[in-house]
Structure formats: C-alpha cells, structure tokens
Design a protein. Structure first.
Length: 113
C-alpha cells in the first residue's frame, strides 16, 4: 500500500482558489494513474480528476475548465489547482491510487461566503 497525505484544504469564498497537494510515500514514477476524489456532505464519493504517468488527464464535467491536475515525479506529489470555486465544490478531497489500491485521509475544502 502507498501512504498518501493530502494538504492545502481550507475555507475559501466563492470565486476563490486553492491548491491541494498529495504527497506519496513511494516514487510516483512507478504509479501509472493518480486521482483526486471528493465526498460532499451526505453524498457519495466521486471522481474529480485523474492523471496518467504520461500526462494524460481526465476531469469530471463539473470541474472542467476550473480545476487542473498535475504531478511532480521528482517531489512524489500530485496537485489539484482549483479556481473559480463554487459552494457545490465543498467536500472532503481524497487522493487515490488504484494500484496498489490506496486512499489518503482527505482534506476539507469549504466554499462559503
């Protein structure tokens, strides 16, 4: 299993920005896919974005054009840049690796005025 530690969450006003980080305990150059999921209050966990080792990205329709996922293999870290945040982006954001299957503990993002 991979240890994943998220950081960067917090309280932000609508229209604001945050950058989440996910630090891995192993070299992420060995991990083909890394993803961000989120779980809004009272709802199921959903995929936000994913990135492959060769840089291909996938985004949920609800965040396209506002969020950007990136990875820095030298720092063993995956990022999620979130711009133009909306109240409906409020959730606990988790980092996920499918192989070996591993979840981070999550970081809270709250978008509110």
């Amino acid at each position: 299993q991979v240890q994943l530690v998220e950081s960067g969450g917090g309280l932000v006003q609508p229209g604001g920005s945050l950058r989440l980080s996910c630090a891995a305990s192993i070299r992420i150059s060995s991990l083909y896919v890394m993803s961000w999921y989120r779980q809004p209050p009272g709802k199921q966990r959903e995929l936000v974005a994913s990135i492959t080792l060769d840089g291909r990205t996938h985004y949920a329709d609800s965040v396209k054009g506002r969020f950007t996922i990136s990875r820095d293999n030298a720092k063993n870290t995956v990022y999620l840049q979130m711009n133009a945040l909306k109240p409906e982006d409020t959730a606990v954001y988790h980092c996920f690796v499918p192989d070996p299957r591993s979840w981070g503990q999550g970081t809270q993002v709250t978008v509110s005025s």
